[in-house]
Design a protein. Sequence first.
Length: 207
Amino acid sequence: MLQKYPSALLEDAVNEFAKLPGIGRKTALRLALHALKRTQEEVTAFGSAIIRLRDEVRRCKVCHNICDDDVCSICNDPARDASLVCVVENIKDVMAIENTGQFKGLYHVLGGIISPMEGIGPADLEIESLIARIRSGEVKEIILALSTTMEGDTTNFYIYRKLSGIDIRVSVIARGVSIGDEIEYTDEITLGRSIINRTAFNDSFKI
């Protein structure tokens, strides 16, 4: 049975909140009613933050992480090891690895993983920019830290093949991360150890 609303404006707000991931209509209604209790200044600040996020946030020209400037704070940090690059699927993975405090290199955000079922191919990802970055000569090792799923493994292998003939160490996170797990949901201790105990990629698929 469809919920009846006393106001079309309230219904519009509920419909927009319900478009957010993980938000059902009951939760959307609670959020909309909560907004009605806030002051004009609080609601304006909330709306402004969302609009500015959408309009002003940038992608780092080096690693494709989100940032406020052309180059993110991680890539700009002289204390980071520029010879070591961790390849991840998305921005949330960067945040998860940073929270471990175990990794001091740089990142490369692919923007997804190869998934034919979802129509995502290599050309849809930041793989060519990764190859170009490696060809520049500064990078000595890349760590493939993608989800331990079939799609993640497929992407790992594709990148590994693209790097054939280039003198660079390719490693993969240790399987402390269970098969089928996504990086962002892995606890910090396990994720940190999987980075530290990484193995050469060509050893990861030997029987």
